[in-house]
Write a protein that binds this ligand. Structure first.
Ligand SMILES: Nc1ncnc2c1ncn2[C@@H]1O[C@H](COP(=O)(O)OP(=O)(O)O)[C@@H](O)[C@H]1O
Ligand SMILES: [Mg+2]
Length: 375
């Protein structure tokens, strides 16, 4: 079966245009783009942007800081760079000699390099400059789910090192350039890299990552309609309306089309669902919460419940919270248990903390869902 994918060439082009030293047209500080989960960010970066950058003669490197939730963001970055150095060191040995390093050290993580015979350890900046030199191309370093760098000191360390590498390469006249692209599923968290004067990319702007649009809907309809009977074709406006209700998530849309248009009621069934049962479509988005929520402990559920009940008055480390959690779980809890629960809930992206001591739910849908699901 062919796997449907709607290419996003125009967006790849626009984004690549912004990777330019031009202070007006380009964004030399780096691109920061945010959009909710499952809306097509990673697919675009890997399937559209990277090939397009290669066509333009740039050298893209991709790292997903969510690839392995157990791994430290600094370590993930170190691994990706070591792989690149090994690959390029291998390819260019005769032209440029072996790599002048023995190991690579990023944020305290040291990795042995295979294709090297130097004596010293490369820093992140050394590694990126060497990659640019060997690839003979400007490097674009793409950090997906970059907000996870905020979750560990080594992650932040790696971000500061990236900034230093960018400045070093871009200020050295004969060096290839370094461009940075950061994406994330949480706009406010991503802004943690740019908002305060202590943040590594202070002053950069976080923009919305463009959601899939009508051309995606058209491509999907063009893909499916030939397989449907003449009297059961999908209507583009219906599909677009459903896509919107589903928060622009392709997987949900595919599921709805499978359940409705391909079911006994046919495409008319889809229209009827959009008109009369929009709530049912929204409920599909909730299934995501259902699977996240299912893995929570009693204490985590109770902390969430207290947070919802108390809203902006929620104070985690108070007798009121301890008592409420004890009532719901029969466990005696103190500061460390509550702190652990909050940390886990943050890791699962159920809650976020915009500033010290203030916690809030990740999104409004979640509130409705939780009230309907926890007694
Ligand atoms: N252009 C596209 N055409 C078809 N399906 C897409 C497209 N972009 C994303 N998808 C699908 O949407 C889902 C979520 O995409 P993903 O890139 O993982 O989102 P994110 O990185 O924002 O969480 C995946 O199943 C993916 O195949
Ligand atoms: Mg992704």
């Amino acid at each position: 079966m062919d796997i449907f994918y709607a290419p996003r060439d125009a967006l790849a082009q626009t984004m690549a245009d912004r990777l330019s030293p031009d202070p007006i047209m380009g964004t030399p500080a780096g691109l920061f783009l945010a959009a909710p989960r499952r809306t097509g960010k990673s697919s675009f970066l890997r399937g559209d942007l990277m090939p397009h950058l290669r066509d333009r003669g740039l050298y893209p490197i991709y790292v997903d800081l969510w690839a392995d939730p157990q791994a430290d963001p600094g370590e993930l970055i170190a691994n990706v760079l070591a792989q690149e150095l090994d690959a390029l060191g291998d390819r260019r040995t005769r032209l440029l000699g072996a790599l002048p390093f023995k190991t690579l050290t990023v944020a305290g993580f040291r990795i042995d390099l295979k294709q090297a015979d130097g004596a010293r350890s490369a820093t992140l900046a050394d590694a990126l400059a060497e990659i640019g030199k060997r690839a003979a191309a400007d490097v674009v370093f793409i950090v997906d789910e970059a907000q996870h760098a905020l979750s560990s000191p080594t992650g932040m360390h790696a971000m500061f090192a990236l900034k230093a590498a960018r400045d070093a390469m871009n200020q050295t006249p004969d060096s290839t350039r370094l461009y940075l692209v950061f994406t994330g599923s949480h706009r406010d968290k991503l802004a943690g890299l740019t908002l305060t004067s202590k943040a590594p990319f202070f002053g950069a702007q976080v923009a919305d990552f463009p959601r899939l649009d009508r051309s995606y809907v058209d491509a999907l309809v063009d893909h499916i309609n030939p397989k449907l009977a003449d009297d059961n074709k999908l209507d583009r406006d219906d599909v677009e309306a459903a896509f919107k209700l589903l928060g622009y998530r392709p997987e949900k849309l595919t599921q709805v089309i499978r359940d409705h248009a391909l079911g006994t009621a046919g495409s008319a069934g889809l229209r009827q669902t959009i008109r009369d049962r929009a709530d049912a479509l929204r409920a599909l988005v909730w299934q995501q919460h259902e699977s996240d929520f299912g893995r929570l402990t009693d204490v985590q559920r109770a902390v969430l419940r207290v947070l919802i009940d108390r809203g902006s008055d929620f104070a985690p480390f108070t007798p009121v919270t301890y008592a409420a959690v004890k009532r719901m779980t029969d466990h005696d809890v103190g500061q460390s248990q509550i702190q652990n629960a909050l940390d886990d809930l943050r890791d699962k992206s159920l809650i976020w903390r915009p500033s010290r001591g203030v916690y809030a739910l990740e999104d409004q849908d979640l509130r409705e869902w939780l009230l309907a699901h926890i007694s």
